[in-house]
Design a protein around this ligand. Sequence first.
Ligand SMILES: [Fe+2]
Ligand SMILES: [Fe+2]
Length: 468
Amino acid sequence: MKKPLKFFLITDTHVYARSLGTDGEAFEKKDAYGSTCYKASESLFDAAADLMLKSDDINIVLIAGDLTSNGEYESNINMSKKLQELNKKGKQVIVITATHDYTSDARFPNRVIKSYKCQGGREVETPGTERRELDSFYGEFGRAQAMSVHENSGSYCIKLQEGFRLLCLNDDGNGVNCGYDEECMSWILNCIKESRDAGDFIFAMTHHPLVPPMKVYPMISRRDMLVDFEKTAEIFADAGLSLIFTGHSHIQSIRSHTSKKGNTIYDVGTAALVSYPVPVRQVTVTGETAEIKTLRPKSFVMDGQEYSVTGYTKTRFDSTIYGAIEGAKNDYERLAAILGGISIKREVVDNHKILMRTLGNIADRLTVKGAAKLLMVKADIRGIEKVKIKDLFAGIFRGLYAGEKVIDKNSREYGFIRAVMERILIIGAKAGVKSLDGKENREKIFEIADDIILPGKYDPNNITIPLK
Ligand SMILES: [Fe+2]
Ligand SMILES: [Fe+2]
């Protein structure tokens, strides 16, 4: 019987060096209107490091990419120093990098991203990082101890402990499509075979999701998944890989894919350390099972002041929805900044100010009772009549990202949402929207909505997965 393997895992730390400037209008736009807490990013990392250092029996820390805000050279300097500290204090740090960790790549000269610092209220260009420089920052954290390295991608395979190997897969592709080329894939399959032949349990860590964290995710943005994720999941599962850890989506999720031949692979997706819920995974793998727990640092210190991790980051998370509503009501700059974060152009706000204000006021005040009356919906809303629609949606959104879904199929909240959706879809179908026509089409939409609202098959925060 092998000694179980224990480790911590964090991802998407998005460290932004404080020295790049955290005041003024330019930084406000970067930081204050979204859920990513750039100003607190270094402090949140330090809090997570302190939490992990408290453990004497877990001495391995995995990090699944997007280490820095956007590849600023100063952020990479700070991040690598932090990892060296963790290393000196007894933790073996194993890192992969991803698209937010560099700004240029000699392999793809057309992909150049600029790095900015925030100075005097303006964004000023600051040195970025070339991809090949990442090795000098992070090569010592895993790659230097690798059993095998795939040179072109920088992926590597490492023996973590007797009986356990980890594939650290850099999937940053060409910056547009992320995945593995044919040559890298054959190296991966060879590593899996060698490990299985040696009787070692092998699992993987990559940045982009292999199994969608929600059904609608690839429909909204397929490029945020691994390229050909359906095919890759089949290949991995059939090659005998049953466990992979991913980041990128900033969603706390555990999903599985079973191949046509009946082999299952679990994708343990971890949310960003720089946003609510600031998760630190604690994992124990035996080879037959993987026990996944989620810890969260209680507090962090910034500028000499102590903050509650949950209080600070949850308020910031909710500000995405509440801030957009407030912005629509009376602060178009704020609304434009928030919508800009989800790729909605500024002109949309500028050209529809009156409509935005009207919608903002409705969204701010509307209660469940008000919405039911407005849409002539019949549902049992006893006890939730006074709940504001914006609070209901903020809760669903937060529950999805943090893996803390609280609405179940028998709840009045669910009954109300379902009745509202039925009404809206029928109105849409009558208005001639073809994709809403017919019961079958509408059922597909309900299925997608259920996947977002209701708890899934696996608890994303606390579960033991069977691996065989
Ligand atoms: Fe990220
Ligand atoms: Fe990412």
